[in-house]
Every structure is written in structure tokens, then in C-alpha cells.
Design a protein around this ligand. Sequence first.
Ligand code: NAD
Length: 497
Amino acid sequence: MSEIRGRNYINGQWQETAETFESLNPSDTRETVGVFPKSGKEEAQAAVAAAKAAYPEWKRVSRVKRGEYIDQLAQLMKRDIDEMTELCAREVGKQWNESYADVIESIHMAQFVAGYSRQPDGYVVPSEVAAKDAYIIRKPKGVTTCIAPWNFPFAIPLWEVLPAVVEGNTCTLKPSPFSAACGYKLAQLFEEAGFPKGVVNVLQGWGAEVGEALVQHPDTRLILFTGSYAVGQEIQKFVATDPMKFAACEMGGKNQVLVLEDADMDIAVPAAVMSAYKTSGQRCVAADRILVDRKREAEFTEKFLAASKRMKIGDATRKDVFTGPMVNEQGREKYEKHNAAAREEGFEILLEGGRLTDEGREHGYFVSPFVYRGEYKPGSWVLNEEAFSPHVAIIPVDGLDHAIQVHNEVPYGLAGAVITEDYRNWRECREELEVGLLYVNLPSIGAEVHLPFGGMKRSGNGHPGAATLIDYVTHRTAFTVNHDREIQMAQGLSAEV
Ligand code: NAD
């Protein structure tokens, strides 16, 4: 395939920078997917200025009309499903079917937001004073920065950009440098959909260079961030110093599947396999820990290990593999660091994972599953930090209460799954597990755009992504009108002057 020559999209213009970076195919790094601008402060300033200039007019465009641009975007994505799927698989190494699902999710997001543009945008509320009409009206927050990770290269940017623009904000999207070609494709679609200039800008580059400059720009009012806890935490710290800024941060996870004593193993095993290994464990909702009732541990482990060994790992563009490679060398090193820590902390290694360099995989970042077991150890580094790779702990637990206790000791709280046949068990989990997404008799993965997607504790600061972000991108304002010939106040406050 030919190499893409990507550009920044600022104020409706395509722009280059002196310095560039390459995005490689992680299944075969001999292939350069594209070359992209290495943006910095200067480009961030230009993009924020463009968004600021476009804001006064865009916020006065009818909400329904704004939704129509988004509907047009949905139509264009439908036209380009195959191209986008192929690009996602080539650039970020998500297996073909997972790449397809990412594109479909992007279309769903655009469809949802376009439809939402015709929904009520506020409320009429009663007043104590009969002659007073009171309303809650939502107003945009203003110039927005959207920062996205690489692992859902189409869906997550749209989870952020579309709620922002439908509500009248203008924005700059900064995709991950590991999904630059997918970000460039989105920029091309924003242009073709006809968004007025400056409403959506797309800047390529590295977080520390252009991401930080966008976040810290004094005219940036709203930051919609999805990525690691380390970066999200820094953004939250910065925003705390500036009362003009708001940030919604969706971050990492240390997710768990609970296999209870009464679990149906025909559900437990495939649910655990999907939770642990889809996208080679590089999902924020991937499960690194499987808590298995001790009475079922032997049976579960035997079946889980057999499935782990059977899994087909190969070039992500192939339809017949289960999963592709790690996205980059840093991802592979993180996996190895976690594996080494499991050994050092004295866990029993059940399946030795490592780099895969045979059968044409020598040019990609392929790794095989690593599985270990052991009693729960509070304070263990490896049991508490996100591995973001096919690295899985099996931890025996004694009954539901113990499972819940061990589950809630992790500092993250994104997604969880419970496998049980008893409604009392799943109800207790629903009440007690500290997660933003809970699945019963399902894997810990599987978002739908109209549900909140967000975590607790280190995983999120309380503003879930996708459709529910629509709420966060606006200020709720009170608007009150008196229809009487004299002033009457609430709470019996005298209006005599
Ligand atoms: P990352 O945090 O390294 O990067 C995310 C984005 O932030 C990228 O665009 C990056 O360039 C940018 N960035 C990096 N440093 C920055 C800085 N100083 N200022 C501003 N922007 C900066 O994450 P990643 O490797 O792209 O993605 C993996 C992580 O994202 C995992 O931790 C995963 O769990 C998490 N994630 C969370 C969700 C969620 O919804 N909770 C979804 C997907 C991924």
C-alpha cells in the first residue's frame, strides 16, 4: 500500500511542518503507513486561534443544523467502512474484526449525536412564583481540546469531538502519534462533511510537544482526554490550577473477571479469554486479573490455559487470527516488565509468554499470553498496575465476599465482569464492585455508545465518555422571566424598595 503523506488540518487549511514522524505497521514494521507533521507550540497556537475565531458563529448555528453536519459524517463513514477498517488494522494492529467494530462504533456515535441534536436541549422548570417562567439552558463551554489514545483510533476521537461540536463548542483533536493515519482520515472526513473552517481542527504529533501546548493554552476552556492514568493525572493537576478550565479524563484500568462458585464454565472461559486477550490486552477494559472461586480454580485454569495456547496471533489485517501484535516496542517492554515482576514477586508461572518471532512474525511486535497464579497479596505492584498486554493473573478467592474485597482493593475502577448463575450474586456485585462498567455473564469488554463509558478511582474523574459526555461539554444555566407587572421574589423575599 502506498505511504500516506498526512498534514495538519487548521482553520480549514491543510498544513505541513518542517519536522515529521513516521507511523509504522506494528504487524510488519518494514511498512511505513504514513509520514505526519510533528506539531508543537506554534501549531497548537494556530489551531486554538482558529477554534476561538470560529466559536462565536458556530455556537449560534442551530443545534439541528450542527447535527446535520454530523449526520453527513456518518454517511461518509458508511461509504468508507472497508477503507477505514483496513487502515485501522494496518496502523494500530487491531485484528480485522476488531478494527471493523471500531469503525461501526464510530458510525453509531455519529448517528446517536446527530439524532440527539433534535432532542430537548434544556428544561422548563416550575417556579415558586406563579408569574415567573424558569428554564435550565445548556451553553457550550467554548474552545475545546480533544486528546485521544491509539487503541480505538476512530471511535474515541469521535466520542470526544462529536458531543463537543453538537453543543456548539469548537475544537482541536490531537490523535495519538500511533494512530496518526486514522486521525488524518478523520480530518479528511470532517472537511468533506462540510464543517465550517475552524470548527474542528486536527493536529498531529506527540503529547509532550503538542498535546501539552493545547491543554495549557490560555484560551482552551475544555479538555476531553482519554488515555493513561499518568497523563490524565498531570492534566487534572494542571486544570486544578486554572479556574477557567475543565477536564474530563477517562484513564486506565486494572480490570477483573470474577468467576464465582456457581459459574457456567462455558461462559466463564470464553468471557475470560475475550476480556484478557482481545486487542492483545490493549483495551482500557481488558482484564489483567481473574478472581476464581477456589473450588473451581483447577477446572477453570485447565480450560483457560488450553484456550490461551490455542489462540491464533498474527498479522492484524488477516481475518483468521484472533489477535494482532502490540502497538509498539514500548508496549512490548511494558508486557515484559510486568512478566518479570510476577516472577520476582514469587507467583507461580502457568504459561510462559514472550516475543513471537517465527512464522513471519519477526518484523512485528508480537507476543504470546503470559499467565500466572497465586494467593492475593495486598500491596503487590504487579497485581495493581495496568499491564495493557496479554498478561493475566489467576487469583483464588473464597466466596463472594472475599472476591468483592479483593476486587475493590485495586486503585483503578473501570470495568468488571461477574460470571454466576445466581441473581443474588450479581446483584451484590452490582451494589458493591467499584467500577463504572459491570458485565454479567459477559466479558469485561463491549461498549455501546449510548451507555456511559467511564471509570471510578484512578480510571476516571466522573465524566464518562461517549454519549454521556454531552452533559459535560455544556454549562447548565438558569434563565428566569417575570410576566407580572410587579416584582415578586421567591422565599418570601420582600421586593419593597
Ligand atoms: P497515553 O496516555 O500515552 O496517550 C494518550 C494521548 O495523550 C495521546 O494522544 C498522547 O499523545 C497524549 N499525551 C501524552 N502525553 C501528553 C501530555 N503531557 N499532555 C497532553 N497529551 C498528552 O495513552 P495511550 O498509550 O495512547 O493509550 C493507552 C492508555 O489509554 C491505557 O492506559 C488505556 O487504559 C487508556 N485508555 C482509556 C480509555 C477509557 O475510556 N478509560 C479508553 C482507551 C484507552
